[in-house]
Design a protein around this ligand. Structure first.
Ligand code: ADP
Ligand code: MG
Length: 309
C-alpha cells in the first residue's frame, strides 16, 4: 500500500496547495497514532475521505503536540481523540486523566465542610498519621471509617480525642473526615470556640438558628477544641445542648477534640458558666450526651507545632 502521507501530498499538489502547508499535513499523516487509526478504520475510509479529513488530522496532531510540550490549548484539561464521523475523520475532545483525577479530588474536598479550621488538615490522611502514642485512637479512627461506610444508617459511636496542645487531635479529625469523603460521605468540622463567638455575635438574627440547624443535621459532625473557651449558659444549653440533643436522638456520629478529658470538661468547662455560677446538673446533662455520642481516647506525644514556624 502506498504511504497515506505521500498519496495525500500528491493529491494536494494537484490542488496546488501551499508547499509549507503540504509539509505540515504530510507530517500529521505520519503521526504514529494517526497511521494506526487509519489502519484500523480502513474499511470505512476511502482515499478521498482521508484527503477530505486532512484539516482534522492536522488539528489532532497539532493539539496533541501542544499538550505534550505543556502549552495551553483552547480546552485545557481535554485530550483530542480521533473518531469516524459521517465517513470522515473527526476530532473529539475527552477529559484527560489529570482532569478526571482533579475533579475526583475536588469532589472529595467538597465533602468536607470546614468552618474556621486550619488549612493543613485539608490533606490530612490516616495513612500518614504517625502512630506513636496514638495507636488506639488511630485504630479506632480506621474502624469508624470502615463501620460507618458499611452501615451509614446505623449508629456508630464516634471518638472524643483528648490530649495536650499540638499532639495531633485536629489532624486526626481531618484525616477521618477525608477518609469518609473518599468513601462518599460528608462531614462538617467546626472549630467550636470560633463558632461560639460567631453565635454570640449574631444572637437574635435569623442566621443563628439557621446555622445551628445546619450544623446539627450534618451527617458527620466534628466539634474541634471544645473546652478551650468560656461558655455562657446560653451557649451551653441553647446551642451546644440543642445540637447534641438532636444528634443523640437521630443517632448521628459526632466527634470531639479537647485539651480536657471528659471529667475535666464536665467539672471545669460545663459546670461553671462565664459569670462564675455553678450549674452541675446542666453540665451533667450535656456530658451524658457527649458520652453517648463518643468514646474517649487519650493522645499523647510531643507538641508538633513547635517544629513548625
Ligand atoms: P492539636 O489539635 O492536638 O493541638 P494538631 O492536630 O493541630 O494538634 O497538630 C499540630 C501540628 O502537627 C499541625 O501542624 C499538624 O498538621 C501536625 N501533625 C499532627 N499530627 C501529625 C501527623 N501524624 N503527621 C504529620 N503531621 C501531623
Ligand atoms: Mg487542635
Amino acid at each position: 500500500m502506498k504511504d497515506v502521507g505521500e498519496e495525500l501530498a500528491e493529491r494536494l499538489r494537484k490542488l496546488n496547495w501551499n508547499k509549507d502547508y503540504r509539509q505540515l499535513i504530510r507530517d500529521a499523516f505520519n503521526d504514529e497514532e494517526v497511521r494506526e487509526f487509519i489502519r484500523k478504520n480502513k474499511a470505512e475510509l476511502s482515499q478521498e475521505d482521508i484527503a477530505k479529513s486532512a484539516s482534522k488530522v492536522y488539528e489532532f496532531v497539532s493539539i496533541k503536540n501542544k499538550i505534550k510540550r505543556g502549552e495551553e490549548t483552547l480546552a485545557p484539561g481535554y485530550d483530542p481523540q480521533l473518531i469516524i464521523n459521517n465517513h470522515l475523520i473527526d476530532v473529539t475532545y475527552v477529559p484527560s486523566e489529570t482532569l478526571l483525577l482533579h475533579k475526583k479530588q475536588q469532589a472529595i474536598y467538597n465533602r468536607v465542610r470546614s468552618i474556621n479550621m486550619p488549612k493543613d488538615i485539608r490533606d490530612a490522611e490516616l495513612a500518614d498519621y504517625e502512630l506513636e502514642g496514638r495507636e488506639l485512637a488511630a485504630q479506632a479512627a480506621g474502624s469508624f471509617i470502615d463501620e460507618y461506610t458499611s452501615a451509614p444508617k446505623k449508629f456508630h459511636r464516634a471518638l472524643y480525642l483528648q490530649g495536650s496542645f499540638g499532639v495531633g487531635k485536629t489532624y486526626l479529625l481531618g484525616a477521618i473526615a477525608n477518609g469518609l469523603a473518599e468513601e462518599g460521605f460528608t462531614s462538617t468540622l467546626l472549630h467550636f470556640p470560633s463558632f461560639a463567638v460567631e453565635m454570640k455575635n449574631s444572637i437574635g438574627s435569623n442566621g443563628t438558628m439557621k446555622m445551628v440547624d445546619e450544623v446539627k443535621r450534618t451527617p458527620v459532625l466534628m466539634l474541634d477544641d471544645i473546652g478551650a473557651d468560656q461558655l455562657s449558659s446560653w451557649l451551653r444549653d441553647d446551642i451546644l445542648g440543642v445540637i447534641l440533643q438532636y444528634r443523640m436522638q437521630e443517632e448521628l456520629p459526632t466527634f470531639f477534640s479537647s485539651n480536657l478529658d471528659m471529667v475535666k470538661l464536665e467539672k471545669q468547662y460545663l459546670t461553671t458558666n462565664n459569670r462564675g455560677e455553678a450549674e452541675p446538673l446542666k453540665a451533667k446533662r450535656i456530658m451524658e450526651r457527649i458520652r453517648f455520642l463518643a468514646e474517649e481516647y487519650t493522645i499523647v506525644g510531643r507538641n508538633r507545632r513547635q517544629f513548625k514556624k
